[in-house]
Design a binder for this molecule. Structure first.
Ligand code: TYM
Length: 335
């Protein structure tokens, strides 16, 4: 008899800790849309992760609304994938506790994000910041995800999720699918426009970070001020971090390859190139921005999506959680 082939499962998430940046969009959200057609996709808003850094309560609520609206505006379709809010599915916190006991302090200490964030928030180096990757592992393992589409900055966290899954499977018997990262080369690491050796990040204000809801004039201003180098040729090459970044961004929006872009701007100056990239980005984001405001107005629809999503996600998550608890040896009154 023909055996049914299981569709692969995809899971990913973004922290609703502010408006999404161009990095979040090009490194993650934009790539998720196409995956809905081929895979069983779970896309969440990682709100539990946001409180590792202090959030203003009213802003957190507003950012959840903005982020789910952005998911929908970008083309995620609740009929094709499960869209949900992490905090509405208790199994995430529950599995995270269990996995904490299968994660070593030594491996968590090596996480570069922990080191960076504790340097940035010296007055609030909380335990959640340290165990952050364990919660992320729980997010992924609960859904038995095969593929996790992320930007390059999350690869170290993916590696630890794989290590935790493998350790647990070896200690008991196969329980978790060992997930694989999925990166999309062009947008995998979008750099700050003002410091192109650093990644573009939500927590850095100023002109280095483009937010997807920035108005056109702000986008143009930020790109005009983008740091480049002292040469003048528009070429992707080592040491030209600023130009390389602009080429990558332009490539993501136009679908053009690097050689095509180099040919298009041959003999042109940096100023002209920056304006061309800025216009392309601003125009590329306009439809998304228009749709976001529509979704944000429809609270009833958003609430329904989140309620349905949490129900579907919980169904899958609870199955993995029970299986995990059984393997560990927790008492089960149904037996
Ligand atoms: P977060 O919210 O920092 O970022 C969300 C996604 O955007 C990608 N990204 C970038 N990609 C390219 N260039 C950049 N400058 C850039 N900045 C961010 C990130 O790689 C990520 O894919 N821990 C995660 C959220 C999370 C998660 C998960 C992800 C929680 N649980 C489970 C995957 C699976 C985070 O903080 O992402």
């Amino acid at each position: 008899m023909e055996q049914e082939i299981r569709r692969k499962t995809v899971l990913s998430g973004i922290q609703p800790s502010g408006v999404l940046t161009l990095g979040n969009y090009l490194g993650a959200l934009k790539n998720w849309v196409g995956l809905q057609e081929q895979y069983d996709c779970y896309y969440m808003l990682a709100d539990l992760h946001t409180i590792t850094v202090r959030q203003v309560p009213a802003e957190l609520r507003q950012n959840v609304l903005k982020t789910i609206s952005l998911y929908l505006a970008a083309g995620l379709d609740p009929d094709k994938c499960v869209l949900f809010l992490q905090s509405m599915v208790p199994a995430h916190s529950q599995l995270a506790w269990l996995l904490n006991c299968y994660t070593m302090v030594g491996e968590l200490s090596r996480m570069t994000q922990f080191k960076d964030k504790s340097a940035k928030h010296e007055d609030n180096i909380n335990a959640g910041l340290f165990t952050y990757p364990v919660l992320m592992a729980a997010d992924i393992l609960l859904y038995q995800a095969d593929l996790v589409p992320v930007g390059k900055d999350q690869l170290q966290h993916l590696e630890i999720a794989r290590d935790i899954a493998t350790r647990f499977n070896n200690a008991y018997s196969p329980t978790f699918v060992v997930p694989q990262a999925l990166t999309f080369p062009a947008g995998a690491k979008i750099m700050s426009l003002s410091a192109p050796t650093k990644k573009m990040s939500k927590s850095e204000d100023g002109d280095g970070t483009v937010f997807v809801l920035d108005p056109k004039d702000v986008i143009i201003r930020k790109f005009k001020r983008a740091v480049t180098d002292s040469q003048s040729d528009i070429r992707f090459a080592e040491g030209k971090d600023g130009i390389n970044n602009l080429i990558s961004i332009y490539s993501c929006f136009t679908g053009k390859t690097v050689p095509e872009i180099e040919a298009e701007f041959e003999g042109k100056g940096y100023g002209e190139f920056k304006i061309a990239v800025a216009e392309t980005v601003a125009d590329g984001l306009t439809p998304l921005q228009n749709r976001v405001s529509e979704f944000m107005k429809d609270r009833e629809y958003i609430n329904r999506i989140l309620t349905d999503g949490a129900e579907k996600a919980s169904y899958t998550a609870r199955k993995t959680l029970s299986k995990t608890m059984r393997k560990i040896g927790f008492y089960d009154t149904s037996k």
